[in-house]
Design a protein around this ligand. Structure first.
Ligand SMILES: [Cu+2]
Length: 171
């Protein structure tokens, strides 16, 4: 009898723990926030593409709440053959971009990937990105493990900024 009660209690605790885990993940997703260790990713979004597009770009905000530096070392998404971080820069009056091998995330710093600056670049796009749809993006950090975020597709000329202020009020 006692053992039976104990077993029930243990399985109840397991259910509560699993539900709580699920809820935490869910709440973060609902707020467009994702967490990997001390890293918080917020508001991932991408620009819709034309049907012939070979590339696409996505943007997001990353905060390193830890006390040590971290880095993004790899990115992966089912929408493209290759996914990397790029940096846009002006050369004369031409906007150009170059790949950034690893993106440094200094402790306590907010890094914004935004139009005209750093962005996630999808190369070898497998299908066009349609407004209102979403796709997964896996981000791997040197120290904080990895996290899958859901990227919202917005209109081609979008500048983003839906939740950008949240990051400043997070703590
Ligand atoms: Cu690019």
């Amino acid at each position: 009898m006692k053992e039976n009660t104990m077993k029930k209690l243990v399985s109840l605790i397991a259910v509560i723990a699993a539900t709580t885990m699920f809820l935490i993940t869910d709440v973060y997703a609902a707020m467009n926030q994702y967490k990997a260790g001390d890293i918080i990713i917020e508001n991932p979004w991408a620009r819709a593409t034309m049907s012939s597009a070979q590339t696409a770009a996505a943007f997001l905000t990353i905060k390193n709440n830890g006390s040590t530096p971290d880095r993004i070392v790899a990115l992966q998404s089912p929408i493209s053959q290759k996914t990397e971080i790029h940096q846009s820069f002006m050369e004369g009056d031409m906007m150009r971009m170059r790949p950034v091998g690893v993106l440094e995330l200094a402790p306590g710093e907010v890094t914004m990937l935004k139009p005209g600056s750093y962005h996630v670049m999808f190369m070898g796009l497998k299908f066009p990105l349609a407004i209102g749809e979403t796709f997964p993006l896996r981000v791997k950090f040197e120290k904080s493990g990895e996290v899958e975020v859901i990227v919202k597709i917005m209109k081609a000329g979008a500048r983003g900024g839906m939740n950008m202020d949240n990051m400043n009020h997070a703590n």
